[in-house]
Design a protein around this ligand. Structure first.
Ligand SMILES: NC(=O)C1=CN([C@@H]2O[C@H](COP(=O)(O)OP(=O)(O)OC[C@H]3O[C@@H](n4cnc5c(N)ncnc54)[C@H](OP(=O)(O)O)[C@@H]3O)[C@@H](O)[C@H]2O)C=CC1
Ligand SMILES: O=C(CO)COP(=O)(O)O
Length: 332
C-alpha cells in the first residue's frame, strides 16, 4: 500500500494503531511528546512501557518532533488522551495549517469545556476539514496480538471513512463505517463512566445481576444523552455503543473498570490511579458527562452517583443505595 499516515500519541493505543497501519503496508510515523521515551522506542523497536511485545515493523518510524510529522504527511490519526487533545492539535496547526485530514481514536470530551472532540477539530482547523473517529470494543493488547477485533470508523465524509478503513482493515481487524460521528463520540466517551460504575459495584461484591442492570440502565443513559446531542439511537446498539460498553464493564483489562473495582474495594482514588499507571478517561468523563446531562436536562442517575463518588467524596455503598432508593418507574 502506497500510503502514509502519522499517529500522534505513543501510549498503548496509538502504538497499536501505528503497528496496524504499518503491518498493512503503510509508511507510518508514530509521534510522542516525550523525547526520551521516543528515543527509547527508536532504539528498542518496541514500546516496553505501554505495549510490551510486538516489535515494530520496518516501515514504522518514530519521532517527538511535530515539524517532522507535518513534513511526513497530512493524514493524521490522533490517539493522545483527551486532556491533551486540543493542545496537541493547536501545536500541530502551527506546522500544518492547511489541507490536513484528521482522524482520532481518543475517547473523551474536550477537557476545557466538555465539548465533543469533533468540535475541537472544527474550531482549530475548519468545518470542512475531513474528520473521522475510530471507536469500538478494542483493547490495545488484544489488537496488537492479532486477536480478532471489530471497530467503527465514523465520519460525515464517506470517502475519508473508506480511506481509513482501507489503511487499518485486515482479516483480524474488521472496520465498519458509520456516518453518525456524534453517536460514536458519545458512546466511546460515556461508556468509560459506566465501566467505573460497574467496577465499583463488583468491587463491593454486588454480583452479576447488579452488573447486568448497570450495563442495561447505563446504555439507557448513554442513549438519552447521545440522542439529545444529535446522535442516532441505532448507533448506540452497535460496536461503538453496546459493544464497547459490554467490553469495558465486564473485562478487567479495562483501566476504567479496574479503577472502579479498586474504589469499591475501599482503596482511595489517588492510590487506585497510581496503581493503574495509565490513562483512566472515565474520571474526567464522569464530570463532563454529569455537567452535560445537567445542561441538557437529561436524567443520568448512574453518571450522577459516579460523579459524586469521584468528586464529592460519596461512599461507593451509599451511591448504590441512592440508586436503589429511586422511585419505582416504567422501564424506558
Ligand atoms: N488502550 C486501549 O486499549 C484503548 C485506548 N483508547 C483511547 O486512546 C486514548 C489514549 O489512551 P492510551 O493509549 O490507552 O493511553 P496510555 O495510558 O496507554 O498512554 C498515554 C499516552 O499519552 C501520552 N501523553 C500524556 N500526556 C500527554 C500530553 N500532554 N501530550 C501528548 N501525549 C501525552 C503518554 O506519554 P508519557 O507517559 O510519556 O507522558 C502516553 O504515551 C484514550 O482516549 C483512550 O480512551 C481507545 C481504545 C482502546
Ligand atoms: O476503550 C477501551 C477498549 O475499547 C479501553 O478501555 P479502558 O480505557 O477502560 O482500558
Amino acid at each position: 500500500m502506497n500510503k502514509k499516515i502519522a499517529v500522534l500519541g505513543a501510549g498503548s493505543w496509538g502504538t497499536t494503531l501505528a503497528i496496524l497501519a504499518a503491518r498493512n503496508g503503510c509508511r507510518t510515523l508514530l509521534w510522542g511528546h516525550n523525547r526520551e521515551h521516543m528515543a527509547s522506542l527508536a532504539q528498542d523497536r518496541e514500546n516496553k512501557r505501554y505495549l510490551p511485545g510486538p516489535v515494530f515493523p520496518e516501515n514504522l518510524s518514530v519521532t517527538s518532533d511535530l515539524a517532522e510529522v507535518a513534513g511526513f504527511c497530512n493524514l493524521i490519526l490522533v490517539s493522545v488522551p483527551s486532556h491533551a487533545f486540543k493542545d496537541t492539535l493547536l501545536k500541530l496547526k502551527a506546522y500544518l495549517p492547511d489541507g490536513i485530514q484528521i482522524a482520532w481514536a481518543t475517547k473523551g470530551f474536550n477537557s476545557d469545556n466538555g465539548s465533543l472532540l469533533h468540535k475541537v477539530v472544527a474550531d482549530i482547523f475548519s468545518e470542512q476539514t475531513p474528520a473521522a473517529l475510530l471507536s469500538g470494543p478494542s483493547f490495545a493488547a488484544e489488537v496488537a496480538a492479532d486477536l480478532p477485533t471489530a471497530i467503527t470508523i465514523a465520519s460525515p465524509q464517506p470517502d475519508f471513512a473508506a480511506l481509513l478503513a482501507d489503511i487499518l482493515h485486515s482479516e483480524r481487524f474488521r472496520t465498519y463505517t458509520n456516518s453518525d460521528l456524534i453517536g460514536v463520540e458519545v458512546g466511546g466517551a460515556v461508556k468509560n463512566v459506566m465501566a467505573i460504575a460497574a467496577g465499583i459495584a463488583d468491587g463491593l461484591g454486588l454480583g452479576a445481576n447488579t452488573r447486568a442492570a448497570l450495563i442495561t440502565r447505563g446504555l439507557n443513559e448513554i442513549i438519552r444523552l447521545g440522542v439529545k446531542l444529535g446522535g442516532k439511537q441505532e448507533t448506540f446498539m452497535g460496536l461503538a455503543g453496546l459493544g464497547d460498553l459490554i467490553l469495558t464493564c465486564t473485562d478487567n483489562q479495562s483501566r476504567n473498570r479496574r479503577f472502579g473495582l479498586a474504589l469499591g474495594q475501599g482503596k482511595d482514588r489517588a492510590e487506585a490511579i497510581q496503581e493503574i499507571g495509565q490513562e483512566i478517561e472515565g474520571i474526567s468523563a464522569a464530570k463532563e458527562t454529569f455537567l452535560l446531562a445537567k445542561k441538557h436536562g437529561v436524567d443520568m442517575p448512574i453518571t450522577e452517583q459516579t460523579y459524586k463518588v469521584l468528586y464529592e467524596g460519596l461512599a461507593p455503598l451509599e451511591a448504590v443505595q441512592n440508586l436503589l432508593a429511586r422511585e419505582q418507574k416504567a422501564e424506558s
